[in-house]
Design a protein around this ligand. Structure first.
Ligand code: HEM
Length: 149
């Protein structure tokens, strides 16, 4: 083979892959599986919030309070948050690896995406599970009666 011949795509790689799990393969599978689950979660979320009941007019603080009183919707939203952020971050990693040729720049960008996703996952999960509509409610608030129970 001369230097200007492109190797057969199915020929064995010159340097064998390192031992251990093939993370690129699992990442590829994760994108497909999370995509399928996200279709259900995202369209279910849009339907319940924007179409069912009074539609878009029903969305206010009380609507959010009602939804987050139920562990079902807490877990629905947290699952959507985790799957979408890991999916989005892994997708951004793919794009960075495709387009950024400088090794150092690539490392910095992939780390930045990873940290941003980890921070948002932590923050979002804390918000969903610690949400308390009665926090700081005073007597002049319309929530006062509800919060006395
Ligand atoms: C509605 C459900 C979704 C489905 C079915 C879906 C499906 C997919 C699939 C199959 C891939 C891999 C494409 C490839 O390897 O060539 C992908 C890539 C990607 N997804 Fe999603 N996705 C969904 C939602 C999202 C959301 C909510 C985000 C953002 C948070 C997102 C961001 C990305 C990014 C950045 C990529 C990489 C694109 C690329 O490689 O060029 N996706 N998506």
């Amino acid at each position: 083979m001369t230097s200007d011949t492109i190797a057969d795509p199915r020929s064995p790689v010159a340097r064998p892959r390192r031992r251990g799990p093939n993370l690129e393969k699992w990442g590829w599978i994760y994108m497909r599986l999370s995509g399928v689950v996200l279709v259900v979660l995202i369209f279910g979320h849009l339907f319940v919030n924007l179409v069912a009941g009074d539609g878009i007019r029903q969305i206010d603080f009380a609507f959010v309070v009602g939804k987050y009183a139920s562990p079902f919707w807490q877990w629905w939203d947290v699952l959507m948050l985790w799957l979408a952020l890991i999916h989005g971050a892994n997708g951004m990693r793919t794009i960075i690896n495709d387009y950024v040729t400088h090794h150092g720049t690539r490392r910095v960008l992939v780390w930045a995406v990873t940290l941003a996703a980890a921070f948002l996952i932590l923050l979002g999960t804390l918000v969903v599970f610690t949400f308390d509509p009665c926090l700081g409610v005073t007597q002049d608030s319309s929530l006062w009666d509800m919060c006395q129970g």
